[in-house]
Design a protein around this ligand. Sequence first.
Ligand code: BJW
Length: 232
Amino acid sequence: MTNIVILTGAGISAESGLGTFRAEDGLWAEHRVEDVATPEGFVKDPALVHRFYNMRRSESTNASSNAAHDALARLEADLVGDVTVVTQNVDDLHERGGSQSIIHMHGSLAGSLCAACEHRWPSPFETAPSDDCPSCGRPQTRPDIVWFGEMPYQMDRIFGLIQEADIFAAIGTSGNVYPAAGFAHEARRSGAHTVELNLEPSLVVNDFVETRFGPATETVPIWVNELLRTGG
Ligand code: BJW
């Protein structure tokens, strides 16, 4: 039995046509992070934030999973052991690639959240500040996304899985954002083999004992095939 925890970031969805955040032509080249990814930005201009996430939802709906998402689903299905994907991504490409065990630590474009009463419900395709909460009725709908200064979801469960992991992998994430950027350090301290698969070294590359650089659609299927051949 091998326990594998895989942290994914925007890089795994890049070859599906979804922009990363910090690339020169990335999402934050056109939108200030303070405006669209903080609770303060939402209070200041909720219409802008809804437009930003409506655009992201539309792009994500029109995208398809790629060979990297699909390979992780195959790993989960065929490995003798447990595979959990902890994703920072708010798209649903892991689900559409066929993975079953997924934790969306930064929330999901598929969800709406009431800023007044914290009720959650499936998001319609387009949302607006005037949308009423189906539970309390107040017009304080926001996307169910974890912004800066907010607590990412399921942290106790994630740290528990990391402590039990034999292998911890990070795919397509730059290591800029905590707590996710600290997972490799924690995994290594707990005795896991740590591996980074990325286009270029992340800010926390020194926390990984193994590195594989290249596009995720190439590196991930090769890595998965090796794990399935050796049993992890
Ligand atoms: C490819 C590729 C290809 C490209 N193939 N690879 C120290 C400890 C703890 C917390 C902090 C700390 N210091 C500061 C903090 C606070 C803060 C933080 O980290 N700030 C940093 C700027 C320093 N963190 C938080 O606020 C978090 N909450 C928190 O800490 O709670 C505790 C707390 C609460 C209250 C008070 C105090 C403490 C919340 C963070 C929420 C992040 N949310 C975002 C936006 C919302 C989601 C959305 O709109 O989609 O999530 S930020 C944004 O960055 C998004 C991403 O999930 C996240 C990570 O980005 P990612 O995925 O790494 O993308 P990029 O673009 O950075 O990198 C892409 C990578 O892919 C690159 O490496 C490329 O090379 C690679 N790549 N093509 C393979 N084809």
